[in-house]
Design a protein around this ligand. Structure first.
Ligand SMILES: Nc1nc2c(ncn2[C@@H]2O[C@H](COP(=O)(O)OP(=O)(O)OP(=O)(O)O)[C@@H](O)[C@H]2O)c(=O)[nH]1
Ligand SMILES: [Mg+2]
Length: 312
């Protein structure tokens, strides 16, 4: 168990509705009326997975494994095939399941999490949701407004801090983001906060001065606390499908990323991309966003994720 485990299957099902409709409804159409599934139907299932953003390579390996595991025709009942596909999907997600770092969080006072990503990915909203979850778990939380670039950034984070019932450290627009990060961590250290969440401005991985700025924020925080930032989490918008994979690759080239948060899975039928991200990235997916509300961030769990897509 983590410090907080925000799991809610019904909410997850509801959030993943579009992805679920896309994957399961079409699979059901393909298999309906067939007691056992022939090769052509298996190919159709593969095609459905490909068009649901699961990715061609992964879809191929899943169906290949179905063929290996269910050798004879009589084994290839539609229930067996679907269960095998589900198991394959779960095992893909398991490879990249985030490890439980509760002990570490409780030990490092404060535990500093830096949130990064491109513009509009959902960083500030995710910080609000994370702050809420950590506070609910009984921890003393402060958020740092190190997005000093966008005019309304402070106000937006302030609203989230109020909603979550946590403190905020902010400075004037245009001030140096690393100095805001430095002051936030310093305050947290002096006032014995448990968790620090630092918001940053949206940035594109190919803008080298913005990536340098990110690394400067890290260096400066590290001067206050030797292990900080304890984690740098990259927020990816699930709606962007393939592009999310490119972003994960590019960000990790320029700075260490310890975990991924995939947002806006409620607004898209492209939720299958989570499988692709897990298959292609060495970085664990830690949380997923399934709505705009404060309680709409869930701890990523492979079994639940697949159940939410396949279960009735
Ligand atoms: N439906 C849905 N919307 C989300 C989710 N997460 C964030 N959003 C919405 O996405 C939009 C952008 O979110 P922000 O949190 O402002 O994104 P950001 O990465 O901080 O943006 P910048 O600071 O401009 O780079 C807002 O309208 C959020 O409500 C989610 O999980 N589901
Ligand atoms: Mg923001």
């Amino acid at each position: 168990m983590g410090i907080f485990d925000n799991f809610n299957l019904d909410k997850l099902k509801n959030g993943l509705k579009k992805t679920r409709n896309k994957i399961v409804n079409t699979i059901n159409e393909a298999i309906s009326g067939k007691a056992v599934l022939d090769d052509k139907t298996l190919e159709e299932i593969e095609e459905i997975l490909v068009t649901s953003d699961v990715g061609a390579e992964i879809a191929e390996s899943i169906i290949e494994n179905v063929r290996i595991k269910l050798k004879s025709d009589k084994d290839r009942t539609n229930t067996n095939v679907i269960h095998t596909v589900e198991d394959e999907l779960i095992s893909i997600l398991h490879v990249n399941e985030g490890k439980n770092n509760s002990a570490e969080i409780l030990k490092s006072k404060p535990y500093v999490i830096l949130i990064v990503g491109i513009n509009g990915a959902g960083k500030t909203t995710t910080i609000g949701k994370l702050a809420h979850n950590f506070r609910k778990a009984g921890l003393k939380v402060i958020v740092g407004a190190a997005d000093t670039f966008r005019a309304a950034a402070n106000e937006q984070l302030e609203i989230w801090a109020q909603r979550a019932g946590v403190e905020i450290f902010q400075s004037l627009k245009g001030s140096d983001p690393s100095s805001v990060a430095f002051d936030t961590v310093n305050t947290a250290l002096k006032e014995k906060y448990d968790v620090v969440l630092i918001d940053t401005a949206g940035r594109l991985h190919n803008k080298s001065h913005l990536m340098d700025e990110l690394n400067k924020i890290k260096r400066v925080i590290n001067k206050v606390l030797p292990n900080a930032p304890n984690e740098t989490l990259l927020v990816l918008d699930g709606n962007t499908g393939q592009n999310a994979i490119v972003q994960a690759d590019e960000f990790s080239k320029v700075t260490d990323i310890n975990g991924l948060i995939i947002t806006k899975l409620d607004g898209t039928a492209k939720g299958g991309v989570v499988f692709q991200i897990c298959a292609k990235q060495k970085i664990p997916v830690k949380y997923i966003g399934v709505g705009e509300g404060i309680d709409d961030l869930q701890t990523f769990n492979p079994e639940l994720f697949v159940s939410a897509i396949f279960e009735n």
